[in-house]
Structures are given as structure tokens and as C-alpha cells.
Design a protein around this ligand. Structure first.
Ligand SMILES: [Zn+2]
Length: 133
């Protein structure tokens, strides 16, 4: 993906975040940029497959996104930087073909729309999760 399309994506995300809603037009831009992965991401969000795990009292957080396979694996995910899934390492880090995976898209969409399940844990519990990444 080129730098300009990543800039377009950022602008669309910021607008969605500021209005907490998504229009048909914004969805079609995102679909143009992310293709099938966006369809998969909206499906995950619709199925309430995104959890935001926040450590208390720091408020630091990580997302946990359910996969699409029948095993319903869950992946830890930072929407803008990292996902624990195979596709993230293979398609994004190794081949540089995509900007992010469907879990990152799902987390970002859910975060922008407030459509995630809020899970509060202690900072110690959060630290234990992060160690395992
Ligand atoms: Zn992923």
C-alpha cells in the first residue's frame, strides 16, 4: 500500500472516531483500501468479536479479537502496530503487501465506534498478558 493511501485511511479513521459512526461513503473508501479484509473485519465487529482489555488503574489497553476459524481463536492486537496472528507476520511484516490484518481493522473499527466489549483487569494481569506476546 502506498503512503498516500495510508494517509487517506488515517483521515477516514479519524473522522469515524470523532463522529463515532460510519457512513456508507466512509465504508466504501475503507473497502477500496482494504478489500476483503474490511468485510471480514465488519463481520467480526458485528458479532461482537472485539474485546478491549484495560489495565487498572493505568488505563493502558490491548485489544483481543476473535478469529474467523471455527476454533474461534483470539488474537491480541494493537490496532495500529501489531497483531499476534499469522497473517500479520506473513503478509505485513515479511512481504509488506498490506497495511494491516483483519483483526487490526476490526479492533480499529470497534474502537472508533465504541462497539467493543469492555474488560477491566488489574495492571498486573495486563502485564502478564503482554509478557506472553
Ligand atoms: Zn491479525
Amino acid at each position: 500500500m502506498s503512503a498516500s493511501s495510508s494517509l487517506v485511511a488515517d483521515t477516514v479513521w479519524k473522522t469515524i472516531e470523532s463522529t463515532q459512526s460510519v457512513t456508507e461513503e466512509q465504508l466504501s473508501i475503507l473497502h477500496f483500501l482494504f478489500g476483503k479484509n474490511l468485510e471480514r473485519a465488519t463481520k467480526i465487529v458485528d458479532q461482537r468479536g472485539v474485546k478491549k482489555i484495560s489495565g487498572q488503574p493505568s488505563g493502558r489497553s490491548i485489544f483481543q479479537v476473535v478469529g474467523e476459524s471455527r476454533r474461534k481463536e483470539e488474537y491480541f492486537c494493537f490496532p495500529e502496530h501489531y497483531c499476534a496472528c499469522y497473517s500479520f507476520f506473513y503478509d505485513i511484516v515479511n512481504r509488506g503487501e498490506q497495511l494491516c490484518c483483519k483483526h487490526q481493522l476490526a479492533a480499529r473499527l470497534a474502537a472508533a465506534l465504541g462497539a467493543f466489549i469492555d474488560v477491566k483487569v488489574s495492571d498486573e494481569q495486563l502485564a502478564l498478558l503482554l509478557i506472553k506476546l
